[in-house]
Design a protein around this ligand. Structure first.
Ligand code: ADP
Ligand code: ZN
Length: 620
C-alpha cells in the first residue's frame, strides 16, 4: 500500500480538508510510535484517530470494541471509503470470517475489529503478529471500575499487548474523569503516553430544558419542528414509552418503541428500521442507543428526567454526531427524580455511600434542568471545564446562542421578584401545615374556587390568591424549582405532600436566596423559537429531497444505512452548490475518491434533474 501523509490520506479517503481538534496530534503521536490517551466528546471524531494511521500505512490496526453492532457499522463505513476492514466476533458470518482471514493472510486488510472476549479467547494475536502496527482500544473507560460500564475482559488487554513492545497503543473514550483516565493508562500499560483531553462541549447541539406539564403534547410539538428527520425520545418506563408511541402514531409520526419488554427480534427490527431510515422516531427506555451509529440523529428528546448528568450527556450525545446542528430537549418534572430515587433505593443491599451518590446525581441533574443559566456552560462546568473553553474568569458569562436560556426562551425572574414569589409559595405550604400536595397548594395560591379549599376554610388564609393571575403552569414549575433547590421537600408515597425545609424557612426570613426561572410563553402565532432544523428551504428543498430519496434507494440496494452513502451535510452541500462534474463533486467535504467513483455519476444525474427512482434502478 502506498504511503500517504495524514493530510493526503484525510483528503483521499475521507474527503475532508481539515482535522477536527486533537485528531492530528493523535495521529502524529501513534505514527511516531508513541502511545495515546484520547478523551473526546461523542461526535468529536475518535474513530479517525486510529483509522487514519491505517490509511497512512502503519500496518494492520487492531481495534478492540465492545459493541458488535457498532463494529459491523464501522466495518461497512470503512469499506465504503475504500479501505479494507473486517470484524471477528461471536456473531460474524462464516463467509465474512473467511474473507477476513483471506485478507489477513494476503496482507491487504487495513483494520481488524474484535470484541474483547474474542481477543482474550486467544489465537488472533499470533495470527496478526507479523503485520500489526497499532492497537486501538475503543470505549476505553470500560477498563475502569470507576467508570460507568466496567467490563472485566478489558482488564486482560494490557497483559496481552505486553508481548508487542514496538507496537503503539491508543485508548479512546468520550467520558473519563481524571481518576478514570489514570486507570485506563495503568491498566492498558500506556507508555510515555500523549494525553489528548478534549473539551466536553458539543457546540452543534442546541440544549433546551422546560418544565413538563403535558408529556404527549410537548413531545409531539417538539417532533413537529423536525418533520422527516430522525430522532430519539427517551422515557422513564415501558408504560410511558407505549403511551407516547400511541400518541405520536395517532398524529402520523413514523415511530416504534424499544424497551426490555419486547423480544430481542422486535428490538433488533426497531433498531434496524431506524438506522436504515425506514423509521423516523424511536421511543425508548435508556436501553436504546448503545450500539447506534446513525450519525444524522437530528434530535433527542427526554420525555422524563434522566438519572444523572452523565446519563444525560451520553443519551443526548447521540444527536448530531455528524457535526450538523441538532436539538436536545429535556422535559423536567420533580416527580421523575422521586421515582428514580425510590427505584434505586429498592435495590437489595444498597450501601449508604451508594445512596449518597444517587442523591447527589439526582440533585445535579435537577439543578441542570431548572437553573436559568446557560446550559452549555452548566454541562461544561459539570465535567470540570470552563465555558467557553477559553474563558479566563469562570464567572464570565457568554451567550452561547444555542440553549433556551441564551435564546431567551427561558428567563430568570428578577432577583427580588423571585425571592418574593418563593416566599409566597413557601408560606402557603407552611400555613397549610404540610398536609397537601403541589396541586392543592397551586390552587390555593391562585385563589381558585375549589370545594376542598372552601371546606378546609383555606380561602380565609392570607396566602389565598397571593399569586392570582399567574399561569398555573408557572406556579407548578416554581414549586418544582424550590424542591430542587431544597427549600421545599416532598414526602414519599403515592400522594406526595409538600413540606418546608430549614433552608425554606431561611428564604422566608431573607437569609437565603431562591432563584426562579420560567419559560417565556409563546403564543401560537408568534413563534419565537429558533429552528434547529438543517434542511434547506426554498428551491433547494426539492433537490435536497430528491438527493435524499436517491441515497435511501441506493442504501436499500446495497443493504447499508443511508448515512453511510453520504452524510446529511454532503447532500446539503450538493443541493446548494449543484456540482456539474465529478471533480467539483469531489471538492465537497465528505466525498473521498472511493465515493466519488462509486456514487458520483448517480448523484450528478439527480443534480442535473433526472428522477431519483430511475437513477437508482440503473445503478449497479
Ligand atoms: P466519535 O466516535 O468521537 O463519537 P466519530 O468518529 O463517529 O465520532 O465521528 C463523528 C462524525 O464526524 C462522523 O460522521 C465523521 O465522519 C465526522 N468527522 C470526523 N472527523 C472529521 C473531520 N476531520 N472533518 C469533518 N468531519 C469529520
Ligand atoms: Zn447558553
Amino acid at each position: 500500500m502506498q504511503k500517504l501523509s495524514p493530510q493526503e490520506a484525510l483528503e483521499k479517503y475521507w474527503g475532508y480538508k481539515t482535522f477536527r481538534p486533537l485528531q492530528k496530534q493523535a495521529v502524529e503521536a501513534v505514527l511516531s510510535g508513541r502511545d495515546g490517551l484520547i478523551v473526546m466528546p461523542t461526535g468529536g471524531g475518535k474513530s479517525l484517530c486510529y483509522q487514519l494511521p491505517a490509511a497512512c500505512g502503519i500496518g494492520l490496526v487492531l481495534v478492540v470494541s465492545p459493541l458488535i453492532a457498532l463494529m459491523d457499522d464501522q466495518v461497512a463505513a470503512v469499506n465504503e471509503m475504500g479501505l479494507k476492514a473486517g470484524a471477528l466476533h461471536s456473531q460474524a458470518r462464516e463467509s465474512e470470517r473467511r474473507r477476513v482471514f483471506a485478507e489477513l493472510n494476503n496482507g491487504t486488510l487495513n483494520l481488524l475489529y474484535v470484541s474483547p472476549e474474542r481477543l482474550v479467547a486467544g489465537g488472533i494475536l499470533d495470527l496478526i503478529r507479523p503485520r500489526v502496527g497499532l492497537f486501538a482500544v475503543d470505549e476505553a473507560h470500560c477498563v475502569s471500575h470507576w467508570g460507568h460500564e466496567f467490563r472485566p475482559e478489558y482488564r486482560q488487554l494490557g497483559p496481552l499487548f505486553a508481548g508487542f513492545d514496538g507496537v503503539p497503543r491508543i485508548a479512546l473514550t468520550a467520558t473519563a474523569t481524571p481518576q478514570v483516565q489514570q486507570d485506563i493508562s495503568t491498566q492498558l500499560g500506556l507508555r510515555n503516553q500523549v494525553a489528548l483531553i478534549g473539551h466536553p462541549d458539543r457546540p452543534n447541539l442546541i440544549y433546551r430544558s422546560f418544565p413538563r406539564y403535558d408529556q404527549g403534547h410537548q413531545v409531539l410539538e417538539a417532533i413537529r419542528q423536525h418533520h422527516g428527520e430522525g430522532g430519539i425520545v427517551y422515557a422513564q418506563t415501558r408504560k410511558e414509552v407505549d403511551r407516547l408511541v400511541k400518541t405520536l402514531a395517532r398524529a402520523g409520526v413514523s415511530c416504534a418503541s424499544y424497551h426490555a419488554g419486547l423480544s430481542a427480534a422486535q428490538r433488533a427490527k426497531a433498531q434496524d428500521d431506524f438506522v436504515h431510515e425506514r423509521l423516523d422516531v424511536i421511543v425508548a427506555t435508556i436501553a436504546f442507543g448503545m450500539g447506534i451509529d446513525r450519525s444524522n440523529v437530528r434530535y433527542v428528546i427526554h420525555a422524563n428526567t434522566p438519572r444523572s448528568i452523565e446519563h444525560y450527556q451520553q443519551e443526548s450525545g447521540r444527536a448530531g454526531r455528524d457535526g450538523e446542528p441538532a436539538e436536545c430537549i429535556l422535559f423536567f418534572s420533580v416527580g421523575d427524580l422521586i421515582t428514580h430515587k425510590a427505584l434505586s433505593f429498592r435495590e437489595e443491599g444498597i450501601s449508604p455511600a451508594r445512596r449518597r451518590v444517587i442523591e447527589r446525581q439526582l440533585s445535579e441533574i435537577g439543578r441542570y434542568a431548572i437553573s436559568p443559566v446557560c446550559r452549555h456552560r452548566l454541562l461544561s462546568e459539570h465535567f470540570g471545564k470552563p465555558y467557553p473553553a477559553d474563558a479566563v474568569e469562570p464567572a464570565q458569562s457568554v451567550e452561547c446562542g444555542a440553549c433556551d436560556v441564551c435564546l431567551g426562551e427561558t428567563q430568570a425572574l428578577p432577583t427580588e421578584e423571585a425571592q418574593l414569589t418563593a416566599q409566597k409559595i413557601i408560606s402557603a405550604v407552611y400555613r397549610t401545615e404540610s398536609r397537601f400536595g403541589a396541586v392543592y397548594v397551586t390552587k390555593l395560591l391562585l385563589g381558585a374556587d375549589d370545594e376542598r379549599i372552601m371546606a378546609n376554610g383555606h380561602d380565609n388564609l392570607r396566602v389565598f390568591g397571593l399569586l392570582k393571575g399567574t399561569p398555573e403552569k408557572a406556579v407548578r414549575a416554581w414549586i418544582d424549582q424550590l424542591i430542587v433547590q431544597g427549600h421545599l421537600a416532598v414526602t414519599e408515597g403515592e400522594y406526595p405532600l409538600l413540606r418546608v425545609t430549614e433552608s425554606g424557612l431561611s428564604v422566608c426570613k431573607g437569609t437565603e436566596t431562591a432563584r426562579l426561572g420560567h419559560p417565556v410563553i409563546r403564543t401560537a402565532k408568534k413563534k419565537g423559537r429558533k429552528s434547529s432544523t438543517v434542511l434547506p428551504v426554498g428551491p433547494e428543498e426539492t433537490l435536497f429531497s430528491n438527493l435524499r430519496r436517491l441515497r435511501l434507494l441506493l442504501a436499500r440496494k446495497l443493504s447499508i444505512p443511508p448515512y453511510m452513502v453520504f452524510a446529511d451535510s454532503v447532500l446539503i452541500s450538493m443541493s446548494a452548490l449543484k456540482p456539474a462534474d465529478a471533480d467539483s463533486l469531489r471538492q465537497i467535504k465528505g466525498v473521498g475518491d472511493a465515493k466519488r467513483d462509486r456514487y458520483g455519476k448517480a448523484f450528478l444525474a439527480v443534480i442535473a434533474g433526472v428522477e431519483p427512482d430511475g437513477v437508482a434502478d440503473a445503478f449497479s
